[in-house]
Design a protein around this ligand. Structure first.
Ligand SMILES: NC(=O)c1ccc[n+]([C@@H]2O[C@H](COP(=O)([O-])OP(=O)(O)OC[C@H]3O[C@@H](n4cnc5c(N)ncnc54)[C@H](OP(=O)(O)O)[C@@H]3O)[C@@H](O)[C@H]2O)c1
Length: 278
């Protein structure tokens, strides 16, 4: 069991990857539209974390929210996932890299803590390695020092999680994975999470599942629910315990994505969607 008390986690995360110069304006817009959880990473290759901080500052200035209203999540990314714009000295130990990356994130986001700190991906695609064990212990120290409330891991397989649980007493509060319908929406990892009270965050719910989004069954269920196929997918995700992320850049889609929380699908429809592709 994760060694942290249950804490309020918003039920939809706004993702900030690939937004580059539009990051500040889109973060501010997402907050104005109602998102309260923001996902980023100290990985300049795919995220503009400093721009997230600028968007937050604009939202605070406008009086839309205060820092206490928000759930901020960022990530530690190994050098192999970065380009030349590193948030740490690659010559120092991994433990020190974690501390440097966290300090840089807090500066970008103009805060003294985040709500969640996530290992962006293990060092190996197959195993939970000694490097991961060192990084995880360093992340725990960041948590124990109050710089994050919760910890997570991302891009993990069931094998990673099994090896991680054999190595460490403490499991993550979150797993964040790309969720493929053809893999039963990451069924094995979701089951592991469910059994251990780990919150499963799913990304690429739309982009990785075009065959579901355009499936005639989804079209007909969406028409009877007066919803869009995208809303059906987000509502389905929540029904099976997936905390969804969206990376939309469109104000109307932000509104629709949040409105999917009002949609309740009958259990037969949930089952039908779960087994549509795998
Ligand atoms: N841990 C990791 O390694 C990792 C990897 C990838 C992503 N992430 C996180 O997850 C976040 C989301 O990524 P993602 O892959 O799910 O999303 P994404 O790639 O940002 O794309 C979402 C897509 O869905 C469309 N969309 C959203 N709502 C829609 C709606 N209601 N109707 C129709 N189309 C809609 C968007 O188009 P419009 O813009 O036109 O709405 C966009 O094309 C990222 O920003 C990042 O924070 C994490």
């Amino acid at each position: 069991m994760p060694a942290h008390p249950p804490s309020p986690v918003p039920d939809f995360f706004y993702g900030t990857a690939w937004k580059e110069d539009r990051t500040p304006a889109l973060v501010e817009l997402a907050i104005r539209m109602g998102f309260r959880a923001i996902d980023t990473a100290n990985q300049r290759r795919h995220y503009f974390e400093e721009g997230v901080g600028q968007g937050l500052a604009a939202a605070y200035r406008a009086g839309a929210v205060t820092r206490d209203d928000l759930f901020l999540q960022t990530k530690f990314t190994y050098q192999r996932g970065q380009d030349h714009r590193l948030p740490y000295d690659p010559e120092v130990s991994l433990s020190v890299q974690v501390a440097q990356s966290m300090a840089s994130s807090l500066e970008h986001l103009a805060t003294d803590h985040v709500e969640s700190y996530v290992l962006h991906g293990p060092a190996s695609n197959y195993d939970w390695t000694d490097a991961d064990a060192e990084v995880w212990e360093a992340m725990r120290k960041e948590r124990d020092s109050g710089r994050t409330r919760l910890l997570g891991v991302s891009n993990v397989s069931l094998e990673h999680l099994l090896q991680m649980s054999a190595t460490h007493a403490e499991l993550p509060a979150f797993v964040q994975n790309r969720c493929y319908a053809r893999l039963g929406w990451d069924r094995a990892v979701r089951q592991f999470c469910r059994e251990r009270n780990i919150i499963y965050q799913g990304f690429s719910l739309l982009t990785a599942n075009q065959e579901v989004l355009h499936h005639p069954l989804i079209a007909s269920l969406a028409a009877s629910a007066k919803a869009t196929p995208a809303q059906m997918v987000f509502s389905f995700a929540r029904s099976v315990g997936i905390l969804p992320l969206t990376g939309t850049s469109d104000a109307w889609h932000m509104k629709q994505d949040l409105a999917s929380r009002e949609l309740t699908l009958p259990i037969e429809e949930v089952h039908a969607i779960e087994f549509l592709a795998g």
